[in-house]
Ligand binder design. Sequence first.
Ligand SMILES: Nc1ncnc2c1ncn2[C@@H]1O[C@H](COP(=O)(O)OP(=O)(O)OP(=O)(O)O)[C@@H](O)[C@H]1O
Length: 292
Amino acid sequence: MPQDSATSTENEPLNGQQATPTPGTDGLGDGSNVSNEATGTDRVLLEARDLDVYYGDDQALNGINLPIPEKKVTALIGPSGCGKSTFLRSINRMNDLIDICRVDGEFEFGGKNVYDDDVDPVALRRKIGMVFQKPNPFPKSIYDNVAYGLRVQGEDDGNLDDQVQQALERAALWDEVKDQLDSSGLDLSGGQQQRLCIARAIAPDPEVILMDEPASALDPVATSKIEDLITDLSEQYTVVIVTHNMQQAARISDRTAVFLTGGNLVEFDETSKIFENPESDRVEDYITGKFG
Ligand SMILES: Nc1ncnc2c1ncn2[C@@H]1O[C@H](COP(=O)(O)OP(=O)(O)OP(=O)(O)O)[C@@H](O)[C@H]1O
């Protein structure tokens, strides 16, 4: 079975306790250009603190400190192998599923370290949904794809039809599929399949949606629809997206984090600042295509 988009119940605690409010962005580590103004007056929902990730003896992320604002789109960019996907997976502990992966440091979500012993990763993934590079609908009907997470969580409260419709509407797919809800999700086009996966991820109403190159397998028209959708989703959800496409990051994100080789976060700021006037020469070289 494909990896399921994680699902959520709003305000459900991760460990039976209510999360505390997130502290500010002070205390960031040295060595990276993480602007304290980058999150402005926005509430910080997620925050990496001294995060190191290893695969066996190899270090993939090196002392990452990164505050991620609520209900904004944050893009993660950088050359292949610099650790973008590893960082994304560390937010909802998908790295736990990789035997040789080890994480040091903290990742706070609403002020709670998701790596604390008392955090249930399954509950965490309900609050932090994920959409993958390749559309991965289940071999089920369109309806059942969207209803899946709700049923698993026992959230079928008699309003399942309404919840499925609402998720498909939010994913900008309803008008295209409302007359074929019993057809297989696999019969849709690639772009429609990806929007179906997004509908599946948002049906149980998570707070965060992680996206790992969600448009890289799609044609320009389907990509444009996904980009518009991401912008709309950020009114309601916090979106963190990995993309290789710098124009895409510039178009759709509010903040951009630039990772470079060695698993280092080199700069994080408002997207316009990163693309127009970065602090780091290395970031400027990367943005202008001198390497990458
Ligand atoms: N499951 C794994 N087992 C071992 N090493 C891994 C694993 N996943 C990633 N790595 C290594 O960790 C480093 C970071 O990989 P990651 O996939 O996070 O980078 P990335 O920036 O997302 O790359 P890309 O843009 O090519 O997807 C790389 O050296 C990679 O080889």
